[in-house]
Design a protein around this ligand. Structure first.
Ligand code: AMP
Ligand code: ZN
Length: 465
């Protein structure tokens, strides 16, 4: 019953997930922290979160690394526009991202490495690639020689001709930026020579001052924390090419081993049938959804409810429907809480009621089918006719599914105790006064009391852990 099967982008097959060691190494491409994450980003992080929960339930012991991209063209450009030093600017958006993730009940990764804290690892990797003829220096920048890696294109199925066109369009934007003199148009950058507009954001290397390219950071951090072969690597579908293709090339050229055993890609979220973009005014943040009167739980339900390999179209009507469905589930949860305490997940060995509901998750994480089955069983079962053991089983299974989906199912907002509110107020004051040590200490006290304090654009909010 605990066999988890997922579609592997690399092999284009459904494959049973098996651990290669004691723990199951997972790498998620994390946010670029130059602005608020939008609900499309959260679709990806939420699906990844459901995956982690299911891996835990199925006994795979996931060990999760999700990076923070805190240096690239956008972070540098926007920190300068804001007149802030890069680290201060990116910390602000990292904190906001963490707050959003907590409100959405996304489990924290085991390690969250920052690109700027791993420059030496990236430089070491680039040096080795040059030494082996996989990379070359040109005018202070370093490029990966794509022709030196025979398997290039296997993940995204990109052929040579497409490669040449794709690297010249917006898909290859990150790839193209700041490149002067490549041997071949498909070669991608590993190290970018310093430019005047980089300001103080550069590091020293044997090729001169500069900074790493975006792709190399994920390879260096994944290998550092998860070893040369990662069990599973995921991200949004837009990352399949060129980012993940480049990650494979540089990692496998470096180690000579298979980089990732299982690749998972999450299809995009569209809004009202169109791509999300600032200019169309249809790019929502979690904060905007909350201002419209919806809970993070409702957004979570809405964003996980479609199959992850199908694009999902977000509408306010869809969010209303999610909210209604969630309220029904919360009512069931309230009744079932009488028969089994909802706490740490206790996955049953044998399922009596929600076997098919759970099975849908094990079958390529089919949340849509899982939810459909869940409501069907809840509609069919007559709790009053069950004996005590059956009631316990029903409740235990229900709470296991609730855990897998990461839903909070709170009927009403729980009011914040005054002492916690007081600590959070003092923390905010300390933060405003730039007394970060005191602010961090107060945050820890809030957390020890069982609450999270999250910064929002207009102040802060407090949510139950
Ligand atoms: P970024 O911060 O731009 O690097 O993106 C963070 C994550 O969000 C990546 O895994 C992207 O693939 C994913 N992503 C970006 N846009 C969308 C979208 N519209 N729908 C789903 N995932 C997205
Ligand atoms: Zn990445």
């Amino acid at each position: 019953m605990n066999n988890l099967t997922l579609y592997n982008t690399l092999t284009r097959r459904f494959e049973r997930i098996v651990s290669s060691g004691k723990r199951f190494g997972v790498y998620f491409c994390g946010p670029t922290v130059y602005n608020y994450a939008h609900i499309g980003n959260f679709r990806t992080y939420l699906i990844e979160d459901v995956l982690v929960r299911v891996l835990k339930l199925t006994g795979h012991r996931p060990f999760v690394v999700r990076n923070i991209t805190d240096v690239d063209d956008k972070t540098i450009r926007d920190s300068q526009k804001a007149g802030e030093i890069l680290s201060v600017f990116t910390k602000k958006y990292t904190d906001i991202f963490h707050g959003d993730c907590d409100r959405l009940n996304i489990l924290r990764p085991d390690i969250e490495p920052r690109a700027t804290e791993h420059i030496s690892e990236q430089i070491a990797m680039i040096e080795a690639l040059i030494g082996d003829g996989h990379a070359y220096e040109s005018e202070g920048s370093v490029y990966f020689r794509v022709s030196s890696f025979e398997k290039y294109g296997r993940l995204s199925n990109v052929g040579e001709r497409e490669l040449r066109t794709q690297t010249s369009d917006s898909a290859g934007k990150q790839n193209m930026a700041d490149e002067y003199d490549r041997e071949d148009v498909s070669d991608f950058v590993l190290w970018k020579a310093r430019k005047p507009e980089d300001g103080a954001n550069f590091w020293k290397s044997s090729w001169g001052d500069g900074r790493p390219g975006w792709h190399i950071e994920c390879s260096a951090m994944a290998i550092k924390y998860l070893g040369e072969t990662v069990d599973l690597h995921a991200g949004g579908i837009d990352l399949c090419f060129p980012h993940h293709e480049n990650e494979i090339a540089q990692s496998e050229a470096y180690t000579g081993k298979e980089f990732v055993r299982h690749w998972m890609h999450i299809a995009h979220l569209t809004v009202d049938g169109t791509k999300m973009s600032k200019s169309l005014g249809n790019m929502y943040t979690l904060h905007q959804i909350e201002e419209a009167g919806f809970s993070p739980d409702a957004l979570r339900y809405c964003l996980i409810s479609g199959h992850y390999r199908q694009p999902l179209n977000f509408t306010m009507n869809g969010l209303h429907a999610a909210d209604n469905a969630l309220k029904k589930l919360a009512k069931h949860g309230e009744i079932l809480a009488e028969f089994f305490e909802d706490g740490e997940p206790a996955c049953p060995e044998n399922w009596s009621f929600f076997g098919e509901v759970y099975h849908a998750l094990l079958n390529d994480l089919n949340v849509a089918l899982c939810l459909g089955n869940l409501f069907k069983v809840l509609g069919d079962v007559n709790v009053n006719k069950l004996n005590a053991d059956q009631k316990t089983a029903l409740a235990r299974e229900f709470f296991t599914i609730k855990y897998a989906l990461g839903l909070r199912l709170e009927l009403e907002n729980v009011s914040v105790p005054t002492d916690v509110q007081e600590l959070a107020n003092r923390r905010w004051q300390a933060k405003v006064q730039k007394n970060y040590a005191l602010a961090d200490g107060l945050r820890q006290q809030v957390e020890a009391a069982g609450w999270f304090v999250n910064d929002t654009p207009n102040g802060f909010s407090i949510v139950k852990k």
